[in-house]
Ligand binder design. Sequence first.
Ligand SMILES: [Zn+2]
Length: 85
Amino acid sequence: MPKDHEHHEHRELNCEEVMEQLFTYLDGELDENAQIVIDRHLEACRDCFSRVEFERRLKARLAELARVPAPERLRERVRTIIGRF
Ligand SMILES: [Zn+2]
């Protein structure tokens, strides 16, 4: 895999490191630099990008479902969402 040496101010992350910070990233709780480094990785890495998109949608969906009062229905629909992937 070719390395990009244009910008040395941000250390490059590998996929594992991106995944470790995924949820913090989605919560918007990373500092600006860490956020930029991950954004850059996501622009170059389709695997991580897909994973982040999946988690982002799931998170949005769960937030939406959390407003539905019936817990059984919630669990059912979460299973449906997860089963799709
Ligand atoms: Zn990656």
